[in-house]
Ligand binder design. Structure first.
Ligand code: IP8
Length: 251
């Protein structure tokens, strides 16, 4: 990549933050407004936003039996999943623009792909050029063409990893509904520098993706090459102001 000098901040807004997870295709208006205001007030230069699906996209993916490993060749089904995520992206981009943030959409389906080992490729020229021109690119979990599978899901977390590495991000923020990574006593761990710091709480050093989100997430974030902060909506302004928020993961 020829995009090394930009050193952006990559912020993921979890689907559980911006939508009401229990009601199909419903925005969490208050939470979305609060997140949008925090981004607008912070005025971070070189910001890339990624959002997940929450109550958008996931139900459609489930209906068509599509995950990041299992694909479909049903173009209508693929488009249905993409369209749900695109409509959520429209809402996020629209609200950011209404708040004065120069947000623009980037749709992974149109640019990314997986090879037959499921490795993700996503050219970053458009995102990097948008950043260079002062825009705030807003990507989203999506479906993408996958060699040998048709199309599969690409999660917001995978996009964060790709963006952080490919753009040599300065800092990464993952804003979800939990205030950080918990220890055994459900206290937020302030800093993780090795998986062994949280192995007991997260289910052992051999735990892989199947045991669920956090262990795999922490492992991926330790490999990122940029400090990653895992925090809840109340800490979004702190993170954007450059302060430590929630759990800081430094590999
Ligand atoms: O919520 C969802 O992205 P995620 C993408 O970050 C879908 O896993 C379901 C199309």
């Amino acid at each position: 990549d020829s995009t090394e000098s930009l050193a952006p901040v990559v912020l993921k807004l979890g689907g559980s933050v911006v939508t009401e997870k229990e009601s199909p295709e419903t925005l969490d208006e208050d939470a979305l407004d609060a997140a949008v205001s925090a981004v607008a007030d912070a005025g971070v230069e070189n910001l890339v936003v990624v959002h997940g699906g929450g109550s958008f996209g996931h139900p459609n993916a489930e209906k068509h039996g599509v995950s990041s490993a299992a694909g479909t060749r049903d173009a209508r089904g693929i488009y249905e999943i993409h369209d749900a995520m695109r409509r959520l992206n429209d809402a996020v981009v629209g609200r950011l623009q209404d708040a004065g943030v120069p947000a623009l959409p980037v749709h992974p389906l149109s640019a990314g792909a997986r090879d037959d080992d499921a490795a993700l490729s996503l050219p970053l020229d458009s995102t990097a050029t948008m950043l260079g021109e002062g825009f705030v690119p807003v990507l989203h979990g999506d479906v993408i063409a996958h060699a040998g599978e048709g199309a599969t899901v690409v999660s917001g977390d995978e996009l964060v990893t790709r963006l952080a590495r490919g753009l040599s991000a300065d800092r990464v923020g993952l804003c979800s509904t939990v205030p950080g990574v918990y220890d055994e006593n459900e206290e937020v761990v302030p800093e993780i520098t090795a998986f062994s710091d949280v192995a007991d709480a997260l289910g052992g050093s051999d735990a892989t993706d199947v045991t669920g989100g956090m262990a795999a997430k922490v492992r991926a974030l330790l490999e990122l090459g940029a400090p990653a902060h895992v925090f809840g909506p109340d800490s979004l302004s702190d993170f954007l102001a450059g302060e430590d928020a929630g759990t800081v993961i430094r590999g």
